[in-house]
Design a protein around this ligand. Structure first.
Ligand code: TYD
Length: 213
């Protein structure tokens, strides 16, 4: 899908349940690629732009308990639409490697599977918000949701989404597993229980072969 669009850059995303270590690994990969003289742009969702950061604070605020699932879905895409226009497309157009900490696969897993809104509506909104822009390569850092949440709790990083029941997080993980099984050429599933250095090494090996380094 992603290769249809002609653009010189490369788009890599990181996905996984909360506390899977995506953010750390995205930063380590960026550092490594910069060391190889690549132009690298790191972005995060929700967020990534000034507007996106404001949307992020609404989404993750524990006080917004009454946020309707449909409103939540649209806010994630509002943040993403801004990120695509302001950050991702311009970076890809100039030939950079874009590394995104979450993208639409998160919305399919969390809102589509987790909230039960279904995948078709998420894909429909993706077309409106992002056109046909999909990552070329996606790392799914796989870990039991309980373990991930424990890690997030330890670093004091629990947000409104983390307040959801265990069942919700199990559906999210299941959603990710199905996405990865359906698109094996884009997804690389990495066991996120391993230590930071081993996970980073596995990611580098995959990127090396992806970029033919
Ligand atoms: P993130 O900042 O990645 O949290 P963490 O570092 O704890 O993984 O993401 C914030 C939360 O938003 C996270 O619980 C996942 C959720 N989320 C969705 O539900 N849908 C989406 O489309 C995105 C991008 C994130």
């Amino acid at each position: 899908m992603s290769t249809i669009e002609r653009r010189p850059g490369r788009f890599i995303s990181f996905e996984g349940v909360d506390g899977s270590g995506k953010t750390t690994q995205a930063a380590l990969l960026a550092e490594w690629l910069r060391g190889q003289d690549f132009d690298v742009v790191v972005t995060v969702e929700p967020g990534g732009t000034a507007v996106g950061e404001q949307i992020r604070s609404i989404l993750l605020d524990h006080r917004n308990r009454e946020l309707a699932p449909e409103a939540e879905l649209l806010l994630y895409f509002a943040s993403r639409a801004q990120n695509v226009v302001e950050v991702i497309r311009p970076a890809l157009a100039r030939g950079a490697i874009v590394i995104s900490d979450r993208y639409t696969d998160s919305t399919i897993a969390y809102q589509g599977y987790g909230r039960g809104l279904g995948e078709p509506v998420v894909r429909q909104l993706h077309r409106i918000a992002c056109g046909d822009l999909w990552p070329d390569l996606t790392f799914l850092l796989d870990i039991e949701p309980e373990l991930g949440l424990q890690r997030a709790r330890r670093r004091g990083a629990l947000d409104r989404m983390d307040d959801q029941a265990h069942e919700f997080h199990r559906r999210v993980r299941q959603g990710y597993a199905e996405l990865a099984a359906r698109e094996p050429s884009r997804f690389r599933v990495i066991d996120a229980r391993a230590d930071v250095a081993s996970v980073a090494q596995a990611i580098r090996a995959a990127v090396r072969s992806f970029l033919s380094l």
